[in-house]
Unconditional design. Structure first.
Length: 295
C-alpha cells in the first residue's frame, strides 16, 4: 500500500512538473507569437519545444504564416498591377482628350456657327473638360500611391510660397468671381516640407474652392505652421469626418467636373511629408487645415 501511495506521489510530482514545463513552453510560444505579430507576420516562430504535439502545433503555425505571407505578396503584386493599369489608361486618355478639347475650342471660335451647333459644341467641351480633369486626377493618384520615394523634406518659407501661389493664380481666382481673404502672421513662418508636394496640395485645395465656393474663400497661416483654407458652401455641407476618404462622395464636396479625388490626394501628400490634415464643416463653412512640421 505504501508503495502504491509513493508511486502516486511520484506520479503527481511528475505531472506537476510536466504541467509547469508545459505552461512555460506555452508562454514562450505566446511571446513568439507576439513578436511575429509585431513584425507584421514577417517572421516565423523561432522556438524549439520539448513536446512533440506542441512542436507540431508551432510548425503548423509557421506554415500558416508562410501561406499568409505568400497571399500578402500576391495581393501586393495585384494591387501594384492594378495601379499601373489605372495609370496607363489615364495617361493614354489624356492626349486624345486634350486634342478633342483643343478642336472644340477652335470650332467655337467660328463666327458662322448656328446657335444649335454652338450649344452642342459647348456641351461637348464641358463634358470633355470633365473627362480630362478625371483622367488627370486618376493618373496623379495612381502615380502617388505607387511612389515609394521619400519626400524631399527641407526648411521651407511657407509665407513666401503662399504669397507666390496666390499671385500666380490671381487671374484664375478673379475669373471665377471669387474674392480671396489672405491672413498671414506678421513674421515669416518656416516649415519642414517638400516644396513641390506643398504646391500640389495647394493646387488641389484651390481647385476644391473654385468648384464649390459661394463667392469667397479665406486662406489663413498661423505661426505654428498651420494652413487653413475655408469657404462658404451652398446646400448641404459634406460629412467632414469622411471628406478625405477616396470613395466618399457628397453632393457639394464630390460632384462637378472631377473624380472627387482632390482632397484624398491632399491627404496622401500630407502624410508623405509627416503633416496632418483635417476638415471641419459647420455654419455653412467648409474648412480644410494642414498642420506642417516645423522641425
Amino acid at each position: 500500500m505504501l508503495f502504491v501511495i509513493a508511486g502516486l506521489g511520484v506520479l503527481c510530482l511528475g505531472l506537476t512538473a510536466y504541467i509547469i514545463v508545459m505552461k512555460r513552453q506555452l508562454k514562450n510560444m505566446t511571446r513568439e507569437l507576439d513578436r511575429t505579430s509585431s513584425a507584421n507576420y514577417d517572421r516565423l516562430l523561432l522556438i524549439q519545444l520539448f513536446d512533440r504535439d506542441i512542436n507540431e502545433l508551432a510548425n503548423s503555425i509557421n506554415r500558416s504564416i508562410d501561406e499568409h505571407n505568400r497571399l500578402k505578396h500576391e495581393a501586393e503584386q495585384t494591387e501594384l498591377a492594378l495601379r499601373q493599369s489605372v495609370s496607363d489608361i489615364a495617361h493614354d486618355l489624356r492626349t486624345p482628350l486634350s486634342v478633342i478639347k483643343g478642336d472644340l475650342q477652335l470650332i467655337l471660335r467660328e463666327d458662322d456657327l448656328s446657335p444649335r451647333v454652338r450649344d452642342y459644341a459647348e456641351v461637348c467641351l464641358e463634358k470633355t473638360e470633365r473627362l480630362k480633369a478625371m483622367s488627370d486626377q486618376f493618373f496623379e493618384l495612381a502615380v502617388l500611391e505607387s511612389d515609394r520615394d521619400k519626400a524631399a523634406i527641407k526648411r521651407l518659407d511657407i509665407t513666401k510660397l503662399l504669397m507666390s501661389f496666390i499671385a500666380e493664380h490671381e487671374g484664375v481666382i478673379r475669373l471665377a468671381g471669387i474674392e480671396p481673404e489672405i491672413e498671414l502672421p506678421p513674421k515669416t513662418v518656416f516649415i519642414m516640407a517638400d516644396e513641390a508636394l506643398v504646391s500640389r496640395m495647394l493646387g488641389n485645395l484651390l481647385g476644391n474652392v473654385l468648384k464649390y465656393s459661394c463667392g469667397s474663400f479665406t486662406l489663413e497661416l498661423t505661426e505654428e505652421g498651420r494652413v487653413t483654407i475655408s469657404n462658404p458652401v451652398s446646400g448641404t455641407l459634406p460629412d467632414a469626418s469622411r471628406l478625405f476618404e477616396r470613395t466618399y462622395r457628397a453632393d457639394q464636396a464630390r460632384s462637378g467636373s472631377s473624380a472627387g479625388l482632390g482632397l484624398y490626394i491632399v491627404k496622401l501628400l500630407a502624410e508623405k511629408q509627416g503633416a496632418e490634415v483635417k476638415a471641419a464643416a459647420e455654419n455653412g463653412i467648409l474648412s480644410v487645415t494642414v498642420a506642417f512640421r516645423q522641425k
